[in-house]
Design a protein around this ligand. Structure first.
Ligand code: 5GP
Ligand code: MN
Ligand code: MN
Length: 411
């Protein structure tokens, strides 16, 4: 349920799906005020219950813009999102099974680490990518932005790689005891280049037009009927397709690993079902309150009536599959996670590496991470409590499945 927050200098109000704007950190509140002063927003600014400050616009923010796109309101990792699948394997059956590499969960996490490049790593040779193949066939869309063309080729080396920090591959146990898989990743370096390039272009143009949006807001915009705006949308859509294919490729790799180990060490006939692959950083043209608007979801998922989405919590805590309620007040959106409680630095100084590893051990979580020194940045203590976040958005989504981490690969 939201709280409305409005000031005289605002052009539109801000709706916060939290106990109240008073609980927002000042940096996030400041960014919300900037958004509320933009001259081209439809209805209001939405902040989901996982909101926290981002670059220009808060993460967990949703806006509906009339005839403009804002690269920083889509975010740096264009098309970042979640892939999910569930299996017919009871977790308690595989935890007991021993292999030459520990129990089955440990063996599978180790195999994922060996097969999926993580952190800054990418492939040593070009991998197949139908997204990039399509881009090369539609060169006339892209050739004007010569500086980005090199990124298309680089994409063949980046497809099917996880990235670092917040990105993860997780094995989980559903409340009803079955093994499930989540993959969190985006458009890797490719999408970041697109965002940086068009944000810079937008800044230059906004200066030239004496834009009313101050440069320090970091919310430079592009009209969707301008050449730059159209090109941004082409590159953004390409980045979204690339991100989706990236998650798909990793999910296929994980499924093959599960098949190999479960096939070898158990009598189960492994099946997968309920696959989801959804973005949480993107913009799309949608109709809301009788107007076609560019809905920017930056750390938010679409939750139309009956639509399924994935909301991760944190490693060693719970994550959710949810069904949208189609609430128009959030432009059919919900949170994309639990959201940060501590900055990366803050988490590192508040919690020690040993403390986090001890916590994961106590819970029986298998941690697949090469460099453990920065593990606190991504611990469950660094994120808000997912159960509270879910309570704050009962008008937006209903939980379908609750899942607990049993093993996790982090960059
Ligand atoms: P973001 O896309 O903003 O980086 O992160 C999305 C959300 O993923 C975070 O808000 C957090 O709640 C969740 N998250 C981050 N790391 C992990 C993890 O290792 N496992 C799970 N299940 N969730 C995570
Ligand atoms: Mn990302
Ligand atoms: Mn993400």
């Amino acid at each position: 349920m939201f709280v409305m927050f409005e000031k005289e200098e605002f052009k539109v109000p801000v709706r916060v799906w939290l106990e109240g704007p008073g609980v927002l950190e000042e940096s996030c509140l400041e960014q919300a005020r900037h958004l509320a002063k933009l001259p081209f927003l439809h209805k209001w600014v939405c902040l989901m219950p996982d909101t926290h400050a981002g670059m220009g616009m808060p993460i967990g923010g949703v806006i509906a813009a009339e005839d403009v796109v804002i690269p920083n309101a889509v975010g740096v990792d264009i098309g970042c999102g979640m892939a999910y699948t569930e299996t017919n394997i009871p977790v308690k059956e595989i935890r007991q099974v021993m292999t030459g590499n520990g129990n089955l969960v440990q063996a599978m996490i180790g195999d994922i680490m060996r097969n999926v490049p993580v952190g800054f790593a990418h492939h040593k040779m070009m991998m197949p990518s139908y997204t990039m193949d399509c881009a090369f066939e539609e060169m006339d869309r892209y050739e004007q932005d010569a500086e980005l063309l090199g990124q298309l080729e680089a994409g063949y080396y980046q497809i099917g790689t996880l990235g670092g920090g917040n990105h993860f591959i997780e094995l989980q146990e559903s409340d009803d005891g079955f093994l499930t898989v989540m993959v969190h990743s985006g458009s890797r370096h490719f999408g970041k280049s697109v965002c940086d390039y068009f944000h810079f272009k937008a800044r230059e143009l906004n200066k030239r037009w004496y834009s009313q949006v101050p440069d320090e807001y970091r919310l430079a915009f592009l009209p969707t009927d301008s050449s730059e705006g159209k090109r941004y949308l082409d590159w953004m859509n390409l980045s979204m397709d690339f991100a989706k294919e990236n998650r798909e490729k990793m999910m296929l790799a994980v499924k093959a690993i599960l098949e190999k180990w479960i096939g070898k060490y158990t009598d189960f006939e492994l099946t997968f079902s309920g696959d989801i692959n959804c973005h949480h950083n993107y913009a799309a043209l949608e109709n809301h309150y009788d107007k076609n608007v560019w809905v920017h979801r930056k750390g938010a998922v679409r939750a139309r009536n009956g639509e399924l989405a994935v909301i991760p919590g944190a490693m060693g805590s719970y994550s959710y599959v949810v069904m949208g309620k189609g609430n128009p007040e959030s432009f059919f959106s919900s949170s994309h996670g639990a959201g940060r409680r501590y900055s990366r630095k803050g988490a590192m100084s508040a919690f020690s590496c040993e403390q986090v590893i001890q916590d994961l051990n106590t819970q029986g979580v298998v941690l697949g991470k090469k460099n453990k020194s920065d593990v606190a940045e991504e611990s469950r203590f660094a994120y808000k409590d997912i159960e509270t976040v879910m309570k704050d958005q009962t008008d937006l989504v209903v939980p379908v499945k609750r899942l607990k981490t049993i093993g996790v690969v982090k960059g």
